[in-house]
Design a protein around this ligand. Structure first.
Ligand code: PHE
Length: 341
């Protein structure tokens, strides 16, 4: 009996199953109810009782290896396994993937960042929810200064222990944060969203983007500021562009100026966009006020610097001939899909 089991075990392991027909032959010979293995089980009663457990166990092993062989062959021959006809229906239509693309504001911001990076500016960011202190006080706005009225502010919480919280009205508080955290020399740009409580129209929105610049070192002069802005404007708006610095006022710079570029739509001749003036205002700028430096722990006797801040959105509108600023913030896919990657 033992002999018979062992030789069958060998036979089974040698049996090659390469096709469905082989598999069927194997099953018929060994594993079906009238097969050889079942027949051996039938003989178990004639084995001496003391040998039965051992022989029974051998028989079980035999049965298991035969069943396993059937299962393995079944799996290997099934149509989904490698090399066989695929179960995938290749005629089904594919799944549709939508590809995102860069928002036009990010495209223009990206260009601006690249120009300033090449001039040695690094990029700093700050929170959009800002402390009143950083947005106004540290920037030399006295509490009752009329300049605070220049910017209609969204206040978020009043009377917080650490001060009033507001949505920043400009990117200049990032200047303050950078100066507080870093000893000079400093050369950074701070791009980001700013918020003002303005009447919403096709020309102004409650959110927009600014890019601020700050340079602090020894002996920095207004001439350095002009050179930097000229270089930027030529790269951004074209070699032919002319600049005009008009005296202006900001609490955090002294002297201060606003910068106009020749309208790059009409080349300075005068058109609807520049309101026939030939000029477009692009930024405010000036030499960092000594009070601001002192507030941030920087000695204005040793260091001097300039700052500038420009609006980004207007350039986006002009560049892509978009006639309503609200389109930049509504995330309407019909609009965004017009700006593929
Ligand atoms: N923060 C000013 C504004 O929002 C712009 C500015 C920045 C002016 C830096 C001078 C220097 O209008």
């Amino acid at each position: 009996m033992e002999e018979a089991i062992r030789s069958l075990l060998q036979e089974i392991s040698d049996f090659g199953i390469r096709s469905d027909k082989d598999l069927e032959a194997f099953r018929l010979k060994y594993t079906v109810r009238k097969g050889l293995i079942a027949a051996l089980f039938g003989q178990l009663k004639s084995v001496a009782p003391e040998e039965r457990p051992r022989i029974g166990q051998l028989l079980n092993t035999l049965k298991q290896s035969a069943d396993q062989k059937v299962a393995d062959a079944d799996e290997a021959l099934s149509p989904t396994s490698a090399g066989k006809a695929p179960a995938l229906d290749l005629t089904l239509p594919g799944r549709r993937y939508f590809t995102g693309s860069e928002h036009p504001v990010q495209k223009v911001l990206g260009e601006m960042k690249q120009i300033f990076s090449a001039m040695g500016f690094s990029i700093a960011t700050g929170p959009e929810l800002e402390l009143d202190r950083y947005n106004f006080d540290m920037l030399n706005f006295p509490p009752d200064h009329p300049a605070r009225d220049m910017q209609d502010t969204f206040f978020v919480t009043r009377g917080n222990p650490s001060g009033d919280v507001l949505l920043r009205t400009h990117t200049s508080p990032v200047q303050v944060r950078v100066m507080l955290d870093n000893p000079p020399p400093i050369r950074v740009i701070c791009p980001g969203k700013v918020y003002r409580n303005e009447a919403i129209s096709s020309r102004s929105y409650c959110v927009f983007h600014q890019l601020e610049g700050l340079y602090i070192d020894r002996n920095v002069s207004f001439a350095d500021l002009k050179a930097t802005i000229y270089s930027f404007a030529r790269q951004m708006f074209g070699k032919e562009v002319k600049l005009r610095f008009r005296p202006s006022f900001f609490p955090f710079t002294e002297p201060s100026a606003e910068v106009d570029v020749t309208c790059y739509l009409c080349g300075g001749k005068g058109c609807r966009v520049c309101k026939k003036s030939g000029w477009l205002e692009i930024m405010g700028c000036g030499m960092v006020h000594p009070n601001v430096m002192r507030n941030c722990g920087i000695d204005p006797e040793t260091w001097s610097g300039y700052a500038f801040g420009m609006g980004v959105d207007r350039t986006v509108l002009l560049r892509y001939k978009i006639d309503d600023i609200r389109l930049l913030f509504e995330n309407d896919l019909r609009m965004l899909r017009q700006f593929p990657a």
